[in-house]
Design a protein around this ligand. Structure first.
Ligand SMILES: [Zn+2]
Length: 165
Protein backbone atom coordinates (compact mmCIF):
# COMPACT_ATOMS: atom_id res chain seq x y z
CA UNK A 1 0.00 0.00 0.00
CA UNK A 2 1.49 3.27 -1.17
CA UNK A 3 0.47 5.45 1.79
CA UNK A 4 1.79 2.89 4.21
CA UNK A 5 5.14 2.73 2.43
CA UNK A 6 5.45 6.48 2.37
CA UNK A 7 4.60 6.86 6.04
CA UNK A 8 7.00 4.11 7.04
CA UNK A 9 9.72 5.72 4.94
CA UNK A 10 9.06 9.09 6.58
CA UNK A 11 9.25 7.48 10.01
CA UNK A 12 12.56 5.78 9.20
CA UNK A 13 14.00 8.98 7.78
CA UNK A 14 12.93 10.96 10.85
CA UNK A 15 14.28 8.36 13.26
CA UNK A 16 17.60 8.28 11.41
CA UNK A 17 18.05 12.01 11.97
CA UNK A 18 16.79 12.06 15.53
CA UNK A 19 18.85 9.05 16.55
CA UNK A 20 21.96 10.84 15.36
CA UNK A 21 21.22 13.70 17.74
CA UNK A 22 22.66 12.12 20.87
CA UNK A 23 22.68 14.14 24.11
CA UNK A 24 26.44 14.55 23.66
CA UNK A 25 26.03 15.95 20.14
CA UNK A 26 23.24 18.27 21.26
CA UNK A 27 25.41 19.55 24.12
CA UNK A 28 28.22 20.13 21.64
CA UNK A 29 25.92 21.98 19.24
CA UNK A 30 24.57 24.19 22.01
CA UNK A 31 28.11 24.93 23.16
CA UNK A 32 29.19 25.87 19.64
CA UNK A 33 26.10 27.97 19.05
CA UNK A 34 26.04 29.50 22.50
CA UNK A 35 29.60 30.78 22.77
CA UNK A 36 29.25 33.36 20.03
CA UNK A 37 25.51 33.82 20.29
CA UNK A 38 25.63 36.26 23.19
CA UNK A 39 27.70 39.31 22.25
CA UNK A 40 27.69 40.67 25.80
CA UNK A 41 29.38 37.49 26.96
CA UNK A 42 32.07 37.51 24.30
CA UNK A 43 32.87 41.11 25.18
CA UNK A 44 33.84 40.22 28.72
CA UNK A 45 37.55 40.19 29.32
CA UNK A 46 37.91 37.22 31.59
CA UNK A 47 38.86 33.84 30.20
CA UNK A 48 35.93 31.56 29.62
CA UNK A 49 36.34 28.29 31.44
CA UNK A 50 34.91 25.08 30.19
CA UNK A 51 31.25 24.62 30.98
CA UNK A 52 30.69 28.19 32.10
CA UNK A 53 28.56 29.05 29.09
CA UNK A 54 24.84 29.29 29.61
CA UNK A 55 22.69 27.12 27.43
CA UNK A 56 20.42 29.21 25.25
CA UNK A 57 16.91 28.16 26.11
CA UNK A 58 14.27 28.10 23.46
CA UNK A 59 12.76 31.24 24.96
CA UNK A 60 16.07 33.00 24.54
CA UNK A 61 16.35 31.64 21.04
CA UNK A 62 12.94 32.97 20.10
CA UNK A 63 13.70 36.28 21.79
CA UNK A 64 16.85 36.49 19.76
CA UNK A 65 14.87 35.65 16.66
CA UNK A 66 12.51 38.58 17.12
CA UNK A 67 15.16 40.96 18.42
CA UNK A 68 18.53 41.92 17.10
CA UNK A 69 19.56 39.62 14.35
CA UNK A 70 23.07 38.33 14.62
CA UNK A 71 25.30 37.57 11.72
CA UNK A 72 26.48 34.42 13.38
CA UNK A 73 25.97 31.49 11.04
CA UNK A 74 26.76 28.86 13.68
CA UNK A 75 24.28 30.33 16.14
CA UNK A 76 21.75 30.60 13.33
CA UNK A 77 22.25 26.93 12.47
CA UNK A 78 21.87 25.83 16.10
CA UNK A 79 18.83 28.08 16.47
CA UNK A 80 17.20 26.48 13.45
CA UNK A 81 17.90 23.05 14.95
CA UNK A 82 16.34 24.08 18.27
CA UNK A 83 13.27 25.45 16.55
CA UNK A 84 12.90 22.41 14.30
CA UNK A 85 13.20 20.06 17.29
CA UNK A 86 10.58 22.00 19.20
CA UNK A 87 8.40 21.77 16.13
CA UNK A 88 8.94 18.02 15.88
CA UNK A 89 8.13 17.52 19.57
CA UNK A 90 4.86 19.38 19.13
CA UNK A 91 4.06 17.51 15.94
CA UNK A 92 4.67 14.27 17.86
CA UNK A 93 2.17 15.40 20.47
CA UNK A 94 -0.24 16.11 17.63
CA UNK A 95 0.43 12.66 16.14
CA UNK A 96 -0.24 11.06 19.53
CA UNK A 97 -3.56 12.89 19.73
CA UNK A 98 -4.48 11.98 16.17
CA UNK A 99 -3.55 8.32 16.65
CA UNK A 100 -5.59 8.21 19.84
CA UNK A 101 -8.52 9.79 18.04
CA UNK A 102 -8.29 7.56 14.96
CA UNK A 103 -7.98 4.36 16.95
CA UNK A 104 -10.76 5.31 19.37
CA UNK A 105 -13.02 7.02 16.86
CA UNK A 106 -15.84 4.58 17.39
CA UNK A 107 -15.94 5.11 21.13
CA UNK A 108 -17.02 8.77 20.68
CA UNK A 109 -14.74 9.67 23.51
CA UNK A 110 -14.80 13.38 24.14
CA UNK A 111 -11.63 15.01 25.32
CA UNK A 112 -10.94 18.69 25.81
CA UNK A 113 -8.11 19.94 23.64
CA UNK A 114 -6.46 23.32 24.00
CA UNK A 115 -4.99 25.37 21.17
CA UNK A 116 -1.21 25.12 21.30
CA UNK A 117 -0.93 28.72 20.12
CA UNK A 118 -3.49 30.78 22.05
CA UNK A 119 -4.32 28.23 24.75
CA UNK A 120 -8.06 28.49 24.28
CA UNK A 121 -10.20 25.39 24.33
CA UNK A 122 -10.68 24.15 20.79
CA UNK A 123 -14.33 23.95 19.87
CA UNK A 124 -15.84 21.94 17.07
CA UNK A 125 -15.78 18.34 16.09
CA UNK A 126 -13.08 15.93 17.24
CA UNK A 127 -11.71 16.02 13.70
CA UNK A 128 -11.22 19.80 14.00
CA UNK A 129 -9.41 19.32 17.27
CA UNK A 130 -6.77 17.00 15.93
CA UNK A 131 -6.18 18.77 12.65
CA UNK A 132 -3.20 20.76 13.81
CA UNK A 133 -3.36 21.26 17.54
CA UNK A 134 -4.53 24.79 16.80
CA UNK A 135 -7.94 26.39 16.95
CA UNK A 136 -9.52 27.20 13.62
CA UNK A 137 -8.44 30.86 13.72
CA UNK A 138 -4.83 30.07 14.52
CA UNK A 139 -4.74 27.16 12.10
CA UNK A 140 -5.81 29.49 9.28
CA UNK A 141 -3.29 32.12 10.40
CA UNK A 142 -0.56 29.51 10.50
CA UNK A 143 -1.40 28.34 6.97
CA UNK A 144 -1.53 31.92 5.67
CA UNK A 145 1.87 32.59 7.27
CA UNK A 146 3.28 29.75 5.18
CA UNK A 147 3.43 27.11 7.93
CA UNK A 148 6.35 28.62 9.87
CA UNK A 149 8.07 26.83 12.72
CA UNK A 150 5.37 26.20 15.26
CA UNK A 151 7.51 27.52 18.12
CA UNK A 152 8.00 30.81 16.28
CA UNK A 153 4.33 31.10 15.41
CA UNK A 154 3.17 30.22 18.93
CA UNK A 155 5.58 32.71 20.52
CA UNK A 156 4.19 35.38 18.22
CA UNK A 157 0.58 34.52 19.05
CA UNK A 158 1.34 34.45 22.78
CA UNK A 159 3.10 37.80 22.59
CA UNK A 160 0.19 39.38 20.74
CA UNK A 161 -2.22 37.78 23.19
CA UNK A 162 -0.38 39.23 26.20
CA UNK A 163 -0.24 42.65 24.56
CA UNK A 164 -4.02 42.76 24.26
CA UNK A 165 -4.51 42.12 27.99
ZN1 LIG B 1 -5.80 29.41 19.00
Amino acid sequence: MKNTERMVRDIERSLKTLNKLTPALVADLVRRGGTRATPERSQSNGPRGKGTHSDPTLAAVVRKLSGNSSSDPIFDAVRSIALALDDIAKQCQHIDDAVRFATNADTKESTIVYCQACGREIAGTPADRVRSGYCQADYQRWLRAGRPYRATFEAQVQQEFSETL
